[in-house]
Design a protein around this ligand. Structure first.
Ligand code: HEC
Length: 297
């Protein structure tokens, strides 16, 4: 029997499907570049051409052969091979399904009088079934032996990508500096979180003071800048000149400019707030009138 579908169509189609599946599964792994290598592509083309030549030879042999058959046999074979390629393909797939109407097999159970129909499964169904087996094998093997769909690996890849994107973003978006930053109300909440993480051990989370001075009163040890907000920023950036315990968070790179702007906004906010913590460290330094709250709300 001749194959109903030319191999020069079947084989490249299967290869394409496999490559496509690889593409779907592994596109994040950069394996795809191997497939599009010029050698692979020329190999692909050569195989297809060779198959096509083989197919043509086969066809010639077939034509020669049927000349030696009886009329009846020849008709039968020609009927099987009639029509163009896609018609034969269609017939191939739905062939048994159509014929099964006439040749239904019956299984007699005997003891219960029930007769079971034993239809042949349609060709397309069987092929689909084989396809799922092949498909699952690819899936199974790749899952066993390579990192495909390994959640940890995928997480790592996504994580690294994110970190890189953040790095690029931070490089391209300049950090706040003492010159360009100012009090922003919308930064208070994120500043509070950062203050709790970095400053609360010495200043308490409400800023009422511990080892470090009370940040909610009107007394200041350090005055480097004209405005209160810039003064806070400056102390966090450069540290204190008289006491190294208050270290240079900004200069040393421990906290980035944008975060210092947030923390400064929070410190400024708790300093200017009417409601002060009930218990606070006794005032240190000098009272600075121009920084104290002017309007009482
Ligand atoms: C290791 C303890 C410690 C940590 C952590 C710390 N500080 Fe301080 N801070 C101090 C001390 C001590 C002083 C007093 C410095 C001086 O006497 O000049 C101070 C002073 C300050 C002042 C100036 C107060 C004044 O009256 O001049 C500000 C503002 C300040 N800190 C904010 C912060 C912020 C914001 C953070 C978190 C990023 C922070 N500090 C973290 C110990 C600390």
């Amino acid at each position: 029997m001749r194959s109903k579908i030319s191999s020069f169509i079947i084989i490249p189609s299967f290869l394409s499907i496999i490559i496509f599946m690889f593409y779907v599964f592994f596109k994040s792994y950069n394996y795809m570049s191997y497939f599009f290598h010029p050698i692979i592509i020329s190999f692909f083309i050569i195989i297809t051409v060779l198959l096509w030549i083989l197919e043509s030879i086969n066809h010639l042999i077939f034509k020669r052969k049927i000349q030696f058959l009886t009329e009846k046999e020849r008709l039968k074979i020609l009927e099987e091979n009639e029509g163009n390629y896609f018609y034969r393909f269609y017939k191939f797939i739905f062939h048994d399904f159509k014929n099964s109407k006439n040749e239904v097999k019956k299984i007699d159970h005997g003891f219960d009088g029930i007769i079971e129909l034993d239809n042949k499964l349609p060709m397309w169904w069987i092929h689909l079934f084989y396809f799922t087996i092949a498909f699952s094998m690819i899936y199974f093997l790749s899952y066993l032996f390579i990192d495909f769909s390994n959640p940890y690996k995928e997480y790592n890849i996504a994580y690294k990508k994110q970190i890189k994107e953040i790095e690029i973003f931070e490089k391209n978006s300049p950090q706040a500096t003492i010159e360009n930053s100012y009090f922003k109300k919308n930064l208070i909440n994120s500043g509070k979180i950062l203050f709790n993480e970095n400053c609360s051990t010495c200043h308490k989370s409400d800023g009422s003071g511990n080892i470090g001075p009370n940040l909610t009163d009107e007394y200041w040890i350090n005055k480097y800048e004209k405005s209160l907000f810039k003064n806070i920023f400056s102390i966090i950036w450069n540290g204190s000149n008289n006491n190294p315990t208050m270290r240079d968070f900004g200069k040393s790179g421990e906290i980035k400019g944008n975060d210092i702007e947030k923390i400064s906004s929070y410190v400024y906010f708790i300093n200017q707030k009417v409601k002060k913590p009930l218990i606070g460290k006794a005032p240190q330094g000098k009272k600075i009138i121009e920084w104290s709250r002017k309007t009482q709300e």
